[in-house]
Design a protein around this ligand. Structure first.
Ligand SMILES: Cc1ncc(C[n+]2csc(CCOP(=O)(O)OP(=O)(O)O)c2C)c(N)n1
Ligand SMILES: [Mg+2]
Length: 476
């Protein structure tokens, strides 16, 4: 209340001051003896004419009393000396009516360490990365590439229902995962299987999920690519976009309450930032000072929607500041830059107990999924440029090769070995039985309700009566 009273008084004083300044400049006051006139347009008589507090200025009466009061007010020449004491800090006043521009003149710069050829940029501040970590990062990026190629082809051959590659985004996947610890809880969107790979999810575990067989932790009830692992602190993917963001804040808040040396890490695409959950998540995180790192993969496209149609801001990074969140923009195709930025973001999130937003600029080189043909809405040259010139895997390979940490021979052996391993998991995955029919009705209710029991009975009867209409590898 006191605050609002202070505010009202300040506003009144300010407006009086402005009027006073206007009058003084535009209408020099005449002395009251010469300027007082009878009531409007009548020089003969007026009750007002006797008023000592009214003067006639430019066809109107003005109050000399008010003017005198204004003169005695303690106005200073500078607006800045006056401030509104408002929650969050003092707000200075200005008499200039200026709208904040829709964007800054200069776009937020993009942090990088390596140039497109994998050469270290002069002046780059590089966190120490051991040969062992660098080789593991590269090994995982190649594994992700090979896995993507084979699973994509398997879907084209009709062996899998659905697939989606991370092509072009290998550095964000693997280098961000490398900067975290196993206790950090991951809430991914869907184009981040590399984080799971880094944590030790086996090729067979990936394949079993894709085939929805008995080895799948989701018991075949989720769409392909909706991986998850309780053991590896990787929350199962949800199809509805951005739901993972407020969930991540809740998890981060719980880590905070338990005083854990860990944070939550939520990945999102550029398109998903248009969901309300993105904004709710960021705001909650800021207000609750939750140790969460938001990583936005800005890959230019949300299926066929280009980012120019998705938002008019300078990307995602500026949205962090709007919510009071420290943020950085990083080259998502530079594994070293991603590694450095996420290491620093994690450190700040935990030690300072605050959210951090990282926008990684990259490109979705593949189609959105096996249900999409991106050549229908974007030029081939654009895809080619990102696939070759800005390729994150080649760029990192060049760097480790120059360090003497990698060779052509190792490259050939690695690619061929992973190819064999993935092919083997497919053979196993195809032969593995599907989960039993009973699994379709379990895990939701403690005691299965009568309507579900009835549906299960009907399904079993139908499967016996019309076996040709059902897959032969689903046990009754
Ligand atoms: C709430 C919701 N709306 C729409 C969709 C359909 N959908 C699935 S993926 C996708 C594009 C998301 O793009 P982006 O977040 O940029 O991620 P990217 O695919 O580029 O990695 C859309 C619109 C959905 N799954 N959920
Ligand atoms: Mg996108």
């Amino acid at each position: 209340m006191a605050l609002w009273l202070t505010r009202s008084r300040t506003v009144v004083l300010q407006s009086l001051k402005q009027k006073h300044a206007f009058w003084a400049a535009a209408t020099p006051l005449r002395s009251s003896s010469s300027s007082t006139v009878p009531f409007p347009c009548n020089s003969s008589s007026s009750s007002s004419s006797s008023s000592p507090n009214l003067i006639w200025v430019n066809g109107r009466f003005k109050s000399t009393l008010a003017m005198n009061q204004l003169d005695s007010l303690p106005f200073s020449d500078s607006d800045d000396e006056q401030a509104l004491d408002f929650p969050g800090g003092k707000v200075t006043y200005t008499s200039e009516m200026t709208f904040i521009p829709e964007s800054q003149e200069k776009r937020v710069p993009c942090y990088r360490v390596l140039d497109d050829n994998g050469d270290l940029l002069i002046g780059s501040h590089l966190h120490q990365m051991s040969k062992e970590v660098a080789r593991k990062i590269y090994n995982n990026m190649v594994t992700l590439q090979v896995m993507d190629t084979i699973f994509y082809e398997a879907q084209r051959q009709g062996r899998l229902s659905f697939y989606l590659t991370s092509s072009g985004e290998e550095a964000i996947n693997i280098a961000s995962a490398a900067a975290l610890t196993p206790d950090d809880v991951i809430l991914a969107q869907y184009r981040e299987p590399g984080v799971l790979l880094w944590r030790g999810f086996t090729l067979q575990e990936f394949t079993d999920q894709l085939y929805g067989n008995k080895g799948d932790y989701g018991k075949g009830r989720q769409m392909a690519i909706h991986y998850g692992s309780k053991k590896l602190n990787y929350v199962t993917i949800s199809s509805p976009l951005a739901t993972q963001l407020p969930q991540a804040v809740g998890i981060a808040y719980s880590l905070k309450m338990d005083k854990k040396d860990a944070c939550a890490v939520a990945y999102t695409g550029d398109g998903a930032t248009s969901e309300g959950d993105f904004h709710a998540g960021l705001n909650f995180a800021a207000v609750f000072e939750a140790p969460v790192v938001f990583i936005c993969r800005n890959n230019g496209w949300a299926i066929s929607t280009n980012i120019s149609e998705q938002f008019r801001s300078d990307g995602i990074v500026v949205k962090g500041q709007a919510y009071g969140i420290r943020s950085i923009r990083v080259d998502g195709n530079d594994a070293l830059a991603v590694y450095n930025a996420i290491s620093a973001a994690r450190e700040m999130a935990i030690t300072e107990q605050r959210p951090i937003l990282v926008e990684a600029l990259t490109y979705r080189v593949g189609h959105h999924s096996t249900s999409d043909d991106s050549t229908k809405y974007r030029p081939l040259e654009e895809i080619e440029y990102w696939k070759t010139t800005r390729n994150p895997v080649n760029r990192f390979r060049n760097w480790i090769e120059r360090n003497g940490w990698w060779s052509d021979k190792e490259e050939t052996e690695l690619r061929s070995s992973i190819k064999k391993q993935v092919m083997h998991t497919i053979q196993v995955g195809e032969k593995t039985e599907k989960p039993p029919v009973a699994d379709l009705f379990s895990d939701v209710y403690d005691v299965t309700p009568s309507n579900l029991r009835e549906q299960e009975k009907q399904l079993r009867e139908d499967m016996i009566k019309y076996p040709q209409d059902y897959p032969s590898d689903v046990p009754l």
